[in-house]
Design a protein around this ligand. Structure first.
Ligand SMILES: C[S@@+](CC[C@H](N)C(=O)[O-])C[C@H]1O[C@@H](n2cnc3c(N)ncnc32)[C@H](O)[C@@H]1O
Length: 214
């Protein structure tokens, strides 16, 4: 039966550039992997998770490779990968997974589609410093707020990446572009800060600066 994805997972699928091999890291139930194959959005999917009990929930399918392991360590040497999706993991875990992968001798630079649950600024900084250009960066509201980032590798010797500023690191590279969910999230954050009397002027000024563009 065709799988129905949440708005969040569906939005990740729209960011895939090439119908090729996708790695779904931390796939859990494997719904995203299944959807990609059933809708012709990938020719092959590697669904991986550190937890075997998560993988036990994944429906076996043709062209679906199910692997247990930590992050991208599940990839064989020189294995071809076009897109890596990592959603629903903490930002620092995602950063560690990517850092490990890029320290491999046979490293390649697939496009990255990421939805970290925390420490988004640290992850943006890591991507920026590692030669990745963030080409999509927005907040999505699907019951909760989610950060969604797509990054592609740019050889820094060919194209110098500009260093992201504080507001870009904290609120998104494209905070000057209207994003209704970002606006809602920041308004809630402002209310929260004032309700708790937790009024840090620098935080409020930063939020207002971003809201000016929304
Ligand atoms: C909250 S679920 C997210 C599932 C799915 N990606 C989504 O966004 O709906 C997080 C999954 O990541 C897995 N996970 C956590 N750390 C991992 C790691 N280092 N490598 C691979 N999988 C990991 C967990 O076992 C869990 O199944």
């Amino acid at each position: 039966m065709g799988i129905k994805l949440s708005k969040r997972l569906l939005s990740l699928t729209t960011l895939i550039t090439k119908v090729g091999t996708v790695v779904d890291v931390g796939c859990d139930h494997g719904h995203l992997s299944q959807y990609l194959l059933q809708h012709g959005l990938a020719t092959k999917v590697i669904a991986c998770d550190i937890s075997q009990s998560s993988l036990n929930k994944v429906t076996p399918l043709q062209n679906l490779s199910i692997r247990q392991g930590n992050g991208l360590n599940v990839l064989a040497r020189d294995e071809v990968v076009d897109t890596v999706i990592i959603a629903g993991l903490g930002g620092m875990t995602i950063l560690d997974i990517l850092q490990n992968f890029f320290s491999r001798e046979d490293r390649v630079y697939p496009e990255l589609i990421l939805s970290p649950q925390s420490q988004v600024g640290k992850l943006r900084e890591f991507l920026n410093k590692s030669g990745f250009m963030i080409v999509e960066d927005f907040v999505l509201l699907d019951v909760k707020f989610y950060d969604i980032i797509k990054a592609v590798y740019k050889n820094q010797s060919v194209q110098k990446l500009s260093k992201l500023d504080d507001l870009q690191l904290q609120y998104g590279v494209f905070f000057k572009r209207p994003n209704e969910a970002l606006k809602q999230r920041l308004n809630i954050e402002l209310q929260r800060l004032s309700a708790f009397g937790d009024l840090k002027l620098s935080d409020i000024n930063k939020i207002n600066e971003v809201l000016k563009w929304q």
